[in-house]
Design a protein around this ligand. Structure first.
Ligand code: FES
Length: 179
């Protein structure tokens, strides 16, 4: 038998075959499914094997090759889908963070520009106070931070405001010259 010749040849050239990597594929409808041995050990059976990248099956059809190609394509598609989903999520997240940061800064900016007076006489179009010089007495301390409960006089609220915001506002002090 040819396998015996192969075995003898391998013995002579000291290139023994690896039995675990040798398989038998029984082909044809009238195949008698003989058992084969190599180096005295029985060879395993298989209904398909890959040869030079092509799957060959016992019916000599392309179905195994097509199934393997489709499975591989689906795996790659799944991988691409997951990557895109991940990238889209990251892009949306980065966009949301950017938008919130923009909103936060622009709002802060607007607030700083437009909300000096947060709650003093908000129904008035303009808050104005006028005093006669004669009525000021020796010393008068006026609020410039617009946080005082005694506005227009300073009640020390600028200290808390400065601590909370890092601002550096303080009152306007008007006093008579000591003579
Ligand atoms: S409370 Fe506004 S400056 Fe003092």
């Amino acid at each position: 038998m040819d396998l015996d010749k192969l075995e003898t040849w391998a013995e002579r050239w000291q290139m023994r075959f690896n039995n675990d990597k040798c398989k038998v594929i029984h082909m044809g409808r009238r195949n008698q499914y003989h058992h084969y041995t190599l180096n005295g050990k029985p060879l395993g059976k298989s209904d398909r094997e890959k040869d030079l990248g092509i799957l060959v099956n016992d019916k000599l059809t392309w179905s195994s090759q097509c199934q393997a190609a489709a499975a591989k394509a689906n795996r790659i598609m799944g991988c691409i889908k997951r990557e895109w989903a991940c990238a889209a999520t990251l892009a949306v997240g980065a966009g949301a963070v950017g938008y919130l940061a923009y909103r936060s800064f622009s709002c802060k900016d607007k607030c700083c520009r437009s909300m000096v007076n947060q709650d003093i006489q908000k129904d008035n179009p303009k808050v104005v106070h006028a005093f006669d010089m004669e009525d000021l007495g020796d010393k008068a301390v006026y609020c410039r931070c617009w946080r005082s409960k005694k506005f227009p006089l300073c009640d020390g609220a600028h200290i808390k405001h400065n601590e909370e915001t890092g601002d550096n506002v303080g009152p306007l002090i008007i006093k008579k010259k000591e003579s």
